[in-house]
Design a protein around this ligand. Sequence first.
Ligand SMILES: NC(=O)c1ccc[n+]([C@@H]2O[C@H](COP(=O)([O-])OP(=O)(O)OC[C@H]3O[C@@H](n4cnc5c(N)ncnc54)[C@H](O)[C@@H]3O)[C@@H](O)[C@H]2O)c1
Ligand SMILES: C[C@@H](O)[C@H](N)C(=O)O
Length: 375
Amino acid sequence: MPVFRALSNVAKQALLAPACGCQPLTVAIRNISFSPRQVTSGSDASFHSVSFSETDHPKVLITGGLGQLGVGLAKLLRKRFGKNNVILSDIRKPPSNVFHSGPFIYSDILDYKNLREIVVNNRITWLVHYSALLSAVGEANVALARAVNITGLHNILDIAAEHGLRLFVPSTIGAFGPTSPRNPTPDLCVQRPRTIYGVSKVHAELMGEYYHHRYGLDFRCLRYPGIISADSQPGGGTTDYAVQIFHDAVKTGKFECNLKPDTRLPMMYIDDCLRATLEVMEAPVESLSMRTYNINAMSFTPEELANEVQKQLPDLQVTYEIDSVRQAIADSWPMNFDDCNARKDWGWKHDYDLPELVQTMLDFIGSDSRISQAN
Ligand SMILES: NC(=O)c1ccc[n+]([C@@H]2O[C@H](COP(=O)([O-])OP(=O)(O)OC[C@H]3O[C@@H](n4cnc5c(N)ncnc54)[C@H](O)[C@@H]3O)[C@@H](O)[C@H]2O)c1
Ligand SMILES: C[C@@H](O)[C@H](N)C(=O)O
């Protein structure tokens, strides 16, 4: 296929050419190889008949979409861009309500060709890369975390650069470490995390910014705090206690916390997190003075959270059984996040502080458990 060889040569030349900050190139990053599944008879005609009205909305692919955050993000983006313009993907089987709520596709981010085929066949323009192993599960399986969080990211970056996508990759408070300033932690400071999760996220921030400067990739990244949600379960992180306390408080009236009572960490309600993600993706390029931003909402300790929950459920009993792995991780993370650049550049503003968070979580979980008791 001469055309593929020619493109491949362009890619090689571009990679060898000196970096030029003023005129970034978007080129094929890898040697392009022909995938027979990519062009099938019958699909070709519709592939080329793009109507202009269709291009008004982005066509979004969310990887790792069945975790704590993906389903909620798909719901928000579908409301804005239309149901069929947002495709959720994961390697797990979706529950039936998710499967029936909009397009879902199997996608393993370690399978480069399959990923490229999905992007091409669906004419994806925005990619939200949520697949990852979080901090605690990452420490329990370093080899897998390295593969998913680092090799998987390389696939995503190359596909996004080759196809001119706008790419969102979340980072985390976990991208900082014990030598970072912890109270508050600014956007730019020492980043020497001690977890494979944190190391992989610093790598993602740097690689994304490098692809932006070198190839013109429209890379956008937010460092999320611990995210708290009522209708989706966290995937094995250090901040998971702040979700579990609500479920246990409502269901059993007892909660055993795996972090010390005075462990302070930045946290955010999921609605704020997902709205921030949409806002930074829609922000005009000229408003972005950086490509990786801290975002912040609140910061509390387990004791402060328990006190706030006890204002509504005074009988809640909290005990502490410390998990040494999670505690060591939490002790190396920021206590407070400085997000002044996000507020200044693209107008970031959170809605939920601790009292609103607690009220919202208890209302949701309380009504959910009343419904299941009635059924
Ligand atoms: N939830 C938080 O508190 C939080 C905070 C900071 C940053 N983040 C980041 O946001 C993103 C989403 O977080 P989450 O809480 O939804 O994570 P999660 O652990 O709940 O979900 C991750 C998803 O990735 C999928 N996955 C794993 N291996 C895969 C593979 N090879 N190919 C495709 N998918 C694969 C899993 O099946 C899972 O559904 C992650 O990148 C995470 O680092 C989350
Ligand atoms: C903070 C975040 O990245 C995730 N919730 C974790 O604890 O690993």
